[in-house]
Ligand binder design. Structure first.
Ligand code: ADP
Ligand code: MG
Length: 306
């Protein structure tokens, strides 16, 4: 077995100009290795390049340059093996309305060259909760059912790696939980999972490791725990009645802005709000105004790109 499920190096993608759009450099040289067995989150705002990256892995978008190895197989040198190792649930539903779930899974299995005797159609229908709808036309399925069917299609060839592009965008909470239960189960059975989302809470709950991309570049890649440690920061912004100076402490990092505000930054997991307020009282600053500043994903981007 290879050490990594996915090895990406120097990956670039420029979409050619069209009548509607000028050329767009969507990926600007990505290096990223994803260990096998993990649930790996690819995060970033809309337009960051997440789908481009995933669609390159899926063989749906042709890269401009760089190398991609899937399960140890170079995408260019061993296209068949690399494609057989990965299943992708795309962001955009691409279901044929005239196929039934059973038919869609069968056609997909055929595309991947899975012999009839080895097809797991019933098992997959069961997993995605569509056994009842096995013979209903796709156009009669609800949005949630269609998404589940897309998941099923990604699984027909029993890939080692499953990639989910924004699997829960626009999906209600019950379905979301069902989907995550399925994903955890597949991961427990040994499947490497890669998912994109722009919901940080979701990534936090599901992923062992996270990479953040923005404007086509990798900004950071770390364990979820470490990344959240970086997020564990809160800032009190004080406007004093008269210009005042406060010293930093071991727990509280104090900075003074040019316009006389005092910013006290601390890690709420270690230092309570009360402790910070107590420190403020002992430093005898007269407070005119007080605000709190809790970082969100955007702050993480900013702090990491500055
Ligand atoms: P994300 O999935 O992170 O939202 P995408 O990979 O879909 O980002 O898009 C990255 C950038 O590439 C965006 O600026 C988008 O407009 C552009 N883009 C995506 N697909 C195409 C395409 N087929 N043709 C031209 N530009 C594209
Ligand atoms: Mg996308």
């Amino acid at each position: 077995m290879t050490e990594y499920a996915i090895e990406i190096s120097g990956l670039r993608k420029t979409y050619a100009a069209s009548k509607q759009q000028e050329a767009k450099e969507a990926l600007k040289g990505i290096d990223l290795n994803i260990p096998h067995g993990s649930i790996f989150g690819l995060l970033g705002p809309n337009g960051a390049g997440k789908s481009t990256l995933i669609n390159i892995l899926a063989g749906l978008v042709i890269k401009t340059s760089g190398t991609v190895k899937i399960w140890g197989f170079d995408q260019d040198e061993n296209p068949r093996q690399s494609r057989a190792s990965i299943g992708v649930m795309p962001q955009e539903p691409n279901l044929d309305p005239f196929f039934t779930p059973c038919g869609s899974l069968d056609v997909q299995a055929g595309l991947y060259g899975v012999p009839r005797s080895q097809r797991r159609t019933d098992e997959i229908l069961e997993l995605i909760g569509l056994t009842d709808k096995a013979n209903a036309y796709a156009r009669s399925l609800s949005g949630g059912m269609r998404r589940r069917l897309l998941l099923g299609k990604a699984l027909v060839h029993s890939p080692q790696i499953l990639v989910l592009d924004e699997p829960t965008a626009g999906v209600d909470i019950t379905l979301r939980n069902q989907l995550w239960d399925n994903v955890r189960r597949l991961n427990n059975e040994g499947m490497t999972i890669i998912l994109t989302t722009h919901y940080l809470e979701e990534a936090e709950a599901m992923c062992d490791e996270i990479a953040i991309i923005n404007h086509g570049s990798l900004i950071i890649r770390d364990t979820t725990a470490n990344l959240l440690g970086k997020l564990d920061q809160k800032t009190l912004v004080i406007t004093p009645t008269v210009r005042s100076q406060i010293a930093s402490t071991a727990e509280i990092d104090v900075t003074h802005t040019d316009d006389g505000k005092i910013k006290l930054s601390y890690h709420p997991a270690q230092t309570s709000d009360n402790a910070v307020l107590d420190y403020l009282r002992t430093s005898s600053v007269n407070i005119k105004d007080i605000q709190t500043d809790v970082p969100d994903l955007e702050d993480v981007f900013l702090s990491l790109t500055e």
